[in-house]
Design a protein around this ligand. Structure first.
Ligand code: PLP
Length: 437
């Protein structure tokens, strides 16, 4: 097994160059190793379950580009589709068939969604879904849950998960008070708090937005009945329910989290957002709903939304090839690979005397180094971040790249075969010991 060194000189040199010209040396904050210490690895290539860095070291990848790489890196079918599409042009600025085919693929999978509008990032998807909800209802307020991350939309950054949680920020500077004033932040999995907010403010609330199953404070699935309650309460008050499936969509099942938990007795969410897997590693995302709601969007309706690169032909080719590759056998393999790693991690941590809780949403999981069951962001924050940092670095040194944050999900792929899983399993006991020190 190739082992990673304590130092990574080529990566360090690249990071020094990066810091001179890129803020913090990274183009998305969670890529920095701030919360675990050290410097990020600069990747030169990725194939199957492996990343190779600038020092020539190979890692089993459990980040999966933060979700998209469900088939593994550089999957031959996706590569062929991308190459073929790129050979026919990079961006047209006028419609193309693959946009329709990708929309059809999504609509066929997620039953309540009749139409989608393609965008280029999950942030755009949630921002646009929120605008649509406000446009339809004529109301301005939005409820979000602490620890949920919906991209870096002004109105949705308060008490956000992902990097905002990783760096312990309450919210972001630069968000005007007026943008945040319309946001009501509630604890996740707390129906009474939601009922109280609607009792006070119901007539002004356009939408509740929730991660379908949160993965951005670590994985914190909805308690039984919680999503059902969201649906019931929003409907009673004439507000819309936005289910953010950017992370869970097409990963937890072929129809995302909705495919595992829906349909709800009280009805389906009104709006869905998607990203990550549906772009296969390229910038493609979407928001969707029944046709009656989507009719409010320009050019048919008054809610404006647009994008120069929306429905990009190369990105849609990658997304289509990826979704078409997500067979039942792939989902069964993801479950197997995730369980194999989680079971081994649990036994290694138990063996080292490290209290921990492993939580699941489909094959997405995360390990909280805490003795609590984690049902909301306050619980998640009890995770022992320094112990996670020690665990992370031990794994990295042994050639396994985990997310550099205690507040993220771990992602496996169809390409995580026995050889890759064996490397992970072999690294876990030493990492667990490091976490116990
Ligand atoms: N929504 C959820 C649930 C996410 O996990 C993310 C990103 O991690 C986003 C939205 C934002 O997506 P993007 O980073 O593509 O803008």
């Amino acid at each position: 097994m190739p082992s990673a060194p304590d130092s990574a000189p080529a990566c360090e040199a690249l990071f020094a160059r990066a810091r001179a010209v890129v803020p913090g040396g990274v183009n998305s904050p969670v890529r920095a190793f701030r919360s675990v210490g050290g410097n990020p690895r600069f990747v030169t290539s990725a194939r199957g379950p492996y990343l190779t860095d600038a020092d020539g070291r190979e890692y089993v990848d459990l980040i999966g580009s933060w979700g998209p790489m469900i088939l593994g890196h550089t999957h031959p079918d996706v590569l062929a589709a991308v190459s073929e599409a790129a050979g026919r042009g990079f961006s047209y600025g006028t419609p193309s068939e693959n946009e329709v085919a990708l929309a059809e693929e999504i609509v066929a999978r997620v039953e309540p969604v009749e139409q989608v509008r393609l965008v280029s990032s999950g942030t755009e998807a949630t921002m646009s879904a929120l605008r649509l909800a406000r446009g339809i209802t004529g109301r301005s307020r939005v409820v979000k849950f602490a620890g949920c991350y919906h991209g870096h939309v002004d109105a949705l950054l308060a008490a956000a998960g992902s990097g905002v949680a990783t760096f312990g920020l309450p919210d972001s500077a630069g968000v005007p008070a007026s943008a945040a004033a319309e946001t009501i932040v509630l604890p996740y999995n707390d129906v009474a708090a939601l009922e109280a907010a609607f009792d006070t403010d119901g007539e002004h609330i356009a939408a509740v937005i929730t991660e379908a199953a949160p993965g951005n404070m670590g994985v914190v699935p909805p308690l039984p009945g919680f999503t059902e309650a969201l649906r019931r309460i929003t409907r009673e008050h004439g507000a819309l329910l936005i289910s953010d499936e950017v992370m869970t969509g097409f990963r937890c099942s072929r129809a995302g989290w909705y495919g595992l938990e829906g349909p709800y007795a009280a009805g389906a969410p009104d709006l869905f957002t998607f990203g990550k897997v549906m772009g296969g590693g390229f910038p493609a995302a979407a928001f969707g709903a029944p046709a009656g709601l989507m009719a409010a969007l320009a050019p048919d309706g008054p809610v404006y939304q647009a994008g120069t690169l929306s429905g990009n032909p190369v990105a849609t080719a990658a997304g289509l090839a990826t979704l078409r590759g997500c067979t039942d056998a792939v989902y069964a393999h993801l479950d197997h690979a995730a369980k194999t790693i989680a079971d081994a991690a649990a036994s290694a941590l138990t063996g080292a005397g490290v209290p921990h809780t492993i939580q699941w949403a489909g094959s997405m999981f995360s390990i909280f180094i805490t003795d609590r069951t984690v049902t909301n962001y306050d619980d998640a924050k009890t995770t022992n971040a320094p112990a996670y940092a020690a665990f992370f670095h031990s794994m990295l040194d042994q050639g396994v790249h985990l997310p550099p944050s205690a507040f993220e999900a771990w992602f496996v792929s169809a390409a995580h075969d026995d050889a890759a899983l064996d490397r992970v399993l072999a690294a876990l006991p030493a990492a667990a010991r490091a976490a116990s020190e």
